[in-house]
Design a protein around this ligand. Structure first.
Ligand SMILES: Nc1ncnc2c1ncn2[C@@H]1O[C@H](COP(=O)(O)OP(=O)(O)OP(=O)(O)O)[C@@H](O)[C@H]1O
Length: 261
């Protein structure tokens, strides 16, 4: 489903944290949400998922996200928050299975479709071998993959993941991005916040660059992650290279600020 956001404003403690954000995203894409710490990435996702109050238009397909109820929303949006805490000492597979709850009536047992979605999500997050382990006894990166699997199993048109690559080893970062890409190719809209410029450049169809609550740029990674934007918004210089699978962008240093008066 396409996302339509117009003039989205969020104020927290009397501070404007999102300032007139407007964008349209077509389905079937991985959209990277980038920007410095505090730019508003998490706030945007939380506003879309109605965790915080926002003013403005937010539509997903024909659904008005400002007015739909929580049950309908859980069938439209899966959201992996940045703070990844697992509260229950559940076996991994049972925790992933919680992602299917929005699709079942209370007390109903999982059906074949639920089982297939759980199994597939566990494969995508590479946690099949952890299925019977207690989730709270896993490493940080393993727990992150379990929670990602739960969000994937929810099987919603919009998947939002807040820094899902943080804490993952390099191989699992690539597995994660491959899985997100596959979900997008199948028609889902994936909104993923990232700090790794190369992951964004290689795997995202589009990049949305936030800066101090404003949408600074939205477009293809090569255009949005230009030297100029990286200098202006992050204050860094970067080395860029290209191989047959895409762009590589490595930050190399801090941009010197002119002190001339
Ligand atoms: N509960 C809150 N009360 C007041 N201000 C808040 C609250 N939560 C976040 N903020 C502020 O809103 C701004 C945006 O925060 P947000 O968490 O969206 O940034 P972010 O881009 O996700 O950053 P990061 O890369 O560090 O995760 C920051 O200035 C932050 O201090």
């Amino acid at each position: 489903m396409d996302i339509h956001v117009k003039d989205l404003n969020v104020a927290l403690r009397n501070r404007q944290v999102l300032d007139a954000i407007s964008f349209d995203i077509e389905p079937g894409q991985v959209i990277g949400l980038l920007g410095p710490n505090g730019a508003g990435k998490s706030t945007l996702m939380r506003a879309l998922n109605r965790h915080i109050a926002a003013v403005g238009t937010m539509r997903l397909g024909e659904h008005d996200l400002a007015t739909i109820g929580p049950a309908a929303r859980a069938r439209l949006i899966a959201y992996l928050p940045q703070q990844r805490t697992i509260g229950w000492r559940l076996p991994v597979r049972d925790l992933v299975a919680l992602g299917r709850l929005p699709w079942r009536a209370f007390g109903q047992r999982p059906n074949a479709r639920d089982e297939a979605a759980i199994a597939r999500a566990m494969t995508m997050a590479d946690i099949a071998s952890l299925a019977h382990r207690v989730a709270t006894e896993l490493s940080g990166g393993e727990q992150a993959r379990v929670l990602m699997a739960r969000a994937i199993a929810q099987d919603t048109p919009l998947l939002m993941a807040d820094e899902p690559a943080s804490g993952l080893d390099v191989a699992h970062q690539i597995t994660l991005m491959q899985s997100l890409k596959r979900l997008a190719v199948e028609g889902r809209t994936v909104l993923v916040s990232l700090h790794d410029l190369t992951l964004a450049a290689r795997w995202c169809d589009k990049v949305m660059l936030l800066d101090e609550g404003r949408l600074a740029a939205l477009g293809g990674p090569e255009t949005v992650l230009s030297d100029e934007n990286l200098a202006m918004i992050y204050g860094v210089t970067a080395h860029r290279a290209q191989d047959d699978q895409g762009l590589i962008i490595a930050p190399t240093g801090l941009k010197k600020v002119s002190t001339a008066s």
